[in-house]
Write a protein that binds this ligand. Structure first.
Ligand code: F3S
Length: 757
């Protein structure tokens, strides 16, 4: 059994007291979000109220989940912490590295051989440190978490942006970077700005062609891709109780598309039913006993406008099916207006491929509803016009759907079942097309539809809809078809109409699988060896960074003075470099190659003062030369340096290549923290105009490190080429604990030292 009942019992045992303490501290009734968050404070019961959207708070999540692309560096780092086991239940899911080419069996076999070294590493490191390992083919991280680990009132983090999927089972589940996962697995606090709370009140009941997906497609249209930023979206109202648990998960999953921190539904009968269906009756029974804590206080539901930062109301009875896109998930079109939009904008009317499934939309209910349309197509003599693929979210869903004859219905209309993996959803799709330059349309039941996301082709117009709308469109092969009102011409030349889809929430015979793909970690792992091929170019064990030598920094060289925007993409580019995520030295060859050098206006071209003639060279190359000569370097940056993702590589690479100090006008907060964790000095100009004093040939000293203390600025001395100097103040935000990270060489070094003592 994969889930951990004792952990859940522990969480539930303290819910009542912790929520009571929070209610007292806050002095008013609490939303569901606040209850779960206050129940997971790192330092125990609340003693103060936190301000939504302002306060930074330390949390103790119950669980960590990692997908195979992001898990590599996270686990390589975790190994540095010197712990025998992870501090909280954790799991690894092999889903992102499987490419969809011809069909499940062959694609999975190919992935096994192409990614063997990564899988071997992830399996062995999971085995060693007590982490649940889900093999390639077991399924997509969020579906597997939903089926096995998600529980009402819990809190988890996952190294993937659609982690909020677990909100469908009443959990606060947040997508993070690998560095955050390392913190929690190592037993450290996990910090989050206390989110705002957006309430979405659902009234009425869906019917006909409308599906849970349409709720979030509508919400995306209202809030746009930025509208949920810094907020948790809480769904409630009598309409919420009419949506299946897996339908709730679909809605929460795609909350990532409005930028929400996460989304969550209150515990209800639908969740209980799902827990029973997935053989977790014990958890449902436990949740029943604390049900009052797994929802907002009654006063909140009675007067929601008084307690939510923003309130949206949606009447499910009148909600139309939606199609969102192209190129952005917030371009929301009710189906009744979509055909006109297609014509007006000149989007390619012919539909080339319909793709259903993914972590977002492959529940038993989704598949049975889509299959009911496939069956009608056969019965009514319709020829299916577009290509059609099905991506089951997990082996449990796939096996059950095969057993119950659902997959057969898809095969009958030419549907191709892909591996239980991310595949086309993340661009792992070797799409068959005769002309990639042709403007073309596809429609998916996935979540993201940015340009190039699915097939890497900028000419592909990708739309997002429910699996039933995708299936109807695939049958019609035409984006202007409205299945609610239009007819199609069958083989006999007759006009026929598709009846409303019909589905079954959960299988009558229960879910099943011959091998769900779970590998439990060894009880005694003392003899388990972590497998890393020393010749690998994709994986490399990490060496601990050197501790601080106890002296001020002197004679540092300027590596680059970056001008303008310098995001984590400029610092550690993605794309082709993703392959090297588990190999710090190789991926460091992308360090700062996107940053613009203030002295020549060029990217990836900085002066190397050790080179004869002091010529220009690529940034990583110059950094390596200084490092080899034992000279530390400084990166100078502009405003909001390091904005973008929480990618820890953007902090690890400079650290690896000998950068000692990052001195900027201002930091993006997460990147600043990541630099601190890696033992770097993250400083800001006390006077932003001092940025202009920094010259290309400067030697740089940082003075005051021997008395490094919270709130006390450091001094930076520039010695220019002509011998003149400038000294100015640099601020920092290190607290005492973070100063200890700096001294130890990194946060993980400190944990290891504490462990040894
Ligand atoms: Fe994978 Fe797409 Fe979900 S990439 S995790 S299937 S959002």
């Amino acid at each position: 059994m994969a889930f951990d009942v004792d952990m859940i019992k522990g969480v539930y045992a303290q819910l009542g007291d912790r929520i009571a303490a929070a209610r007292k501290a806050v002095g008013r009734p609490l939303t569901q979000t606040e209850k779960i968050l206050y129940a997971h404070l790192y330092n125990g019961a609340a003693t103060e109220a936190y301000e939504r959207g302002k306060s930074y708070v330390d949390f103790a999540p119950d669980r960590v989940a990692m997908q195979d692309a992001t898990a590599q560096m996270a686990l390589l780092q975790f190994m540095q912490a010197g712990k025998a086991k992870v501090a909280v239940p954790s799991s690894v899911h092999c889903d992102h590295l499987i490419q969809a080419r011809v069909g499940a069996d062959q694609d999975l076999a190919d992935a096994y051989s192409e990614n063997k070294e990564v899988y071997d590493f992830l399996a062995s490191v999971s085995n060693k440190y007590g982490i649940g390992f889900w093999k390639p083919g077991a399924g997509i991280i969020h579906t597997v978490v939903q089926e096995n680990y998600a529980f009402p009132g819990g809190m988890m983090i996952g190294t993937d942006s659609h982690t909020p999927n677990a909100g469908g089972v009443g959990m606060i589940a947040i997508g993070v970077g690998g560095a955050d996962a390392v913190d929690v697995m190592a037993g450290m606090a996990w910090e989050l700005k206390f989110p705002k709370v957006i309430g979405v009140k659902l009234t009425g009941k869906m019917s006909g062609w409308t599906a849970p997906k349409d709720v979030i497609l509508k919400v995306a249209g209202i809030l746009t891709v930025k509208g949920g930023t810094g907020a948790i979206v809480e769904y409630f109202g009598e309409g919420a109780n009419t949506i299946s648990c897996t339908g709730k998960a679909t809605i929460c999953n795609m909350g990532a598309e409005i930028g929400a921190t996460t989304s969550v539904f209150a515990y209800d009968q639908e969740m209980s039913k799902y827990l029973y269906a997935t053989e977790r009756a014990e958890i449902a029974d436990l949740a029943d006993q604390v049900a009052e804590h797994l929802r907002a206080d009654d006063e909140v539901y009675a007067d929601p406008a008084a307690f939510y930062d923003q309130l949206i109301e949606i009447d499910l009875s009148t909600l139309e099916p939606h199609v969102n896109g192209p190129f952005t998930p917030d371009a929301a079109w009710p189906i009744s207006e979509f055909a006109a939009a297609v014509r007006e904008h000149g989007w390619p009317q012919e539909l080339e491929v319909g793709l259903i499934g993914s972590c977002t939309n492959s529940s038993y209910e989704d598949l049975t509803r889509a299959a009911s349309l496939a069956q009608q197509a056969v019965e009514k003599g319709l020829t299916v016009k577009a290509e059609y693929t099905i991506t089951p979210g997990s082996e449990v869903v796939r096996y059950t759907a095969e057993r119950d004859g659902i997959l057969e219905k898809f095969s009958e209309i030419g549907g191709v079942v892909l591996a239980n993996a991310c595949g086309p959803c993340i661009g792992q799709w070797a799409r068959h097309t005769d002309d990639p330059k042709r403007k073309n349309s596809i429609i998916t039941s996935f979540n993201r539809n940015f340009a190039k996301r699915n097939d890497g082709n900028p000419n592909t117009h990708a739309f997002v809809a429910s699996p039933e709308i995708v299936t109807a469109f695939a049958i019609a092969g035409d984006l202007t078809f409205n299945p609610l009102t239009d007819t199609l011409i069958n083989k006999n030349g007759e006009a026929v109409r598709l009846d409303e889809p019909r589905g079954i929430e959960y299988p009558e015979k229960g879910f099943a699988a011959e091998d769900a793909g779970y590998v439990a970690p060894a009880e005694d792992s003392s003899k388990v060896e972590v497998v890393v091929d020393p010749t690998s170019d994709r994986l490399q064990l990490l060496e601990p960074f050197q501790p601080w030598n106890g002296q001020d920094y002197t004679g540092l060289r300027l590596l680059i003075k970056a001008q303008g925007k310098c995001t984590t993409d400029h610092i550690s580019m993605a794309g082709p470099w993703l392959k090297y995520r588990g190999h710090l030295d190789n991926i460091s060859n992308n360090m700062l190659i996107g940053a613009i050098n203030a002295f020549n206006g060029e990217a990836n071209s900085v002066k190397n003062f050790l080179m004869q003639g002091e010529g220009y060279d690529e940034v990583p190359q110059v950094a390596r030369t200084y490092k080899a000569a034992g000279i530390g370097t400084v990166v100078v940056g502009d405003e909001n340096y390091g904005e973008g993702s929480s990618r820890e590589h953007a902090a690890m690479e400079p650290r690896h290549l000998g950068v000692k100090v990052v001195l900027v006008k201002s930091f993006a907060r997460i990147h600043e923290t990541n630099l601190k964790k890696q033992g770097m000095l993250a400083l800001t100009f006390a006077n932003k105009a001092d940025y202009d004093l920094v010259q290309e040939a400067d030697l740089i000293d940082v003075i005051g490190l021997t008395s490094f203390a919270p709130g006390v600025p450091l001094q930076v001395k520039l010695t220019h080429k002509d011998g003149t100097t400038h000294t100015f103040e640099a601020n920092h935000t290190y607290n005492q604990g973070q100063i200890e990270w700096f001294k130890a060489g990194s946060a993980l070094n400190l944990i290891r030292l504490q462990q040894q003592n």
